[in-house]
Design a protein. Structure first.
Length: 365
């Protein structure tokens, strides 16, 4: 059997007993990744800032997670390096980031420091490791130079970025490529034993996200308070996907990269199928329907910071090379996400159970 033919469940099982270092483990995607790897029986070390948002997913999950959690700043290169060297990870998943477009306009230097310099700190720590290590550097769908053509971006398209967030993530990609070519060359793998790839995912949704300026958390907050949601760009298209879909891609990429770095080093898009692209308006209306009540309005936009109108990802490389493709379409992702929030509202102490329930259903496929 080809290694690409592993099922998602087999991929997850392959991390049993592996030492996995996660940066940004207290964030939304990081928290869900902790749930997955905890379920797999991995030995997990997390390095991140403390959760920022009230009622954060990580705070609700922490007591149910078996994880060595270190609260620290990725910009502290020496502490990060020592944390990685002392742990001696088999795998590193680098998720730590300043992840918000609009925040990046207000705090550009912080965004560049965290997303560019922070990534360099991770890569430099990997270079210092004496043991074999496989790393997946997570960036974003926004790393591409977007000319608003409406065409789906391929991994070979030019990198760019209008706003500080997008350009900082493109910078993280360029730095990773530099380390790949300078220090982690695949033709010299037997000497350095380091394999690195980047993962570019679209707009993830799922239970527990409480960040500001994200459509689902903003909508849930409005629904919980019986207020209409203000929708800035109803016609904007984004590659929406449930958080478990790209995470399953990161894990499969990590597993395959560990098996054959010559074949899998590079960059990969993770997003929905081409037929499953949705506008913001469609996502909002599906969510309100699933919640059973609610409304939205579109206020006049005056002097607002630039945000891309069309973002589509071409995932054919991941389908062909990794044999990965999304399991839950947008409709199913919205259903699972909104139901998670509704159930958590009724039973605030059941966040871990709700996550595990979604994981069990997802990994039946």
């Amino acid at each position: 059997m080809l290694v690409e033919n592993f099922t998602n469940a087999e991929v997850l099982k392959s991390f049993s007993g592996k030492r996995v270092f996660i940066t940004g483990h207290t964030g939304f995607k990081g928290s869900w990744l902790c749930v997955l790897l905890n379920h797999a029986g991995a030995i997990i070390k997390g390095y991140s800032l403390a959760p920022v948002y009230e009622n954060s997913l990580y705070e609700n999950l922490e007591k149910n997670l078996h994880i060595d959690s270190q609260i620290n700043d990725i910009r502290d290169s020496e502490k990060l390096k020592q944390s990685i060297l002392n742990f001696k990870p088999d795998f590193i998943f680098h998720l730590a980031a300043q992840p918000l477009v609009r925040y990046s306009y207000q705090h550009p230097l912080e965004t560049f420091e965290v997303n560019i310099t922070g990534t360099a700190h991770v890569l430099e720590a990997i270079r210092s490791l004496q043991n074999k290590c496989t790393a997946v550097i997570v960036t974003t769908d926004k790393v591409y130079e977007n000319n608003e053509s409406g065409l789906a971006f391929k991994e070979s398209d030019p990198l760019g970025g209008h706003d500080p967030y997008s350009s900082s993530k493109a910078g993280a990609e360029i730095i990773t490529q530099s380390y790949q070519r300078s220090f982690f060359r695949v033709d010299q793998f037997n000497s350095h034993q380091k394999a690195v790839a980047t993962a570019r995912a679209g707009n993830v949704i799922g239970g527990g996200d409480r960040a500001t300026d994200r459509i689902i958390p903003d909508l849930v907050k409005a629904l919980e308070n019986n207020k209409p949601l203000e929708v800035r760009n109803p016609s904007a298209i984004r590659p929406w996907q449930h958080v478990l879909d790209p995470l399953s891609g990161y894990l499969k990429l990590g597993m395959l990269l560990n098996i054959d770095p010559h074949k899998y080093t590079g960059s990969y898009n993770f997003g929905p199928l081409e037929k499953d692209q949705c506008t913001v308006k469609e996502i909002v209306e599906m969510s309100i329907h699933q919640w059973g009540s609610g409304s939205y309005k579109t206020p006049e936009q005056i002097n607002q910071p630039h945000e891309a109108e069309n973002l589509r990802l071409d995932i054919n490389k991941s389908i062909a090379h990794l044999r990965w493709e999304p399991i839950w379409d947008a409709k199913k992702a919205i259903k699972k996400t909104i139901n998670w929030y509704k159930n958590q509202q009724m039973e605030p102490n059941k966040s871990a159970e709700l996550c595990v329930r979604d994981v069990m259903e997802f990994y039946k496929n």
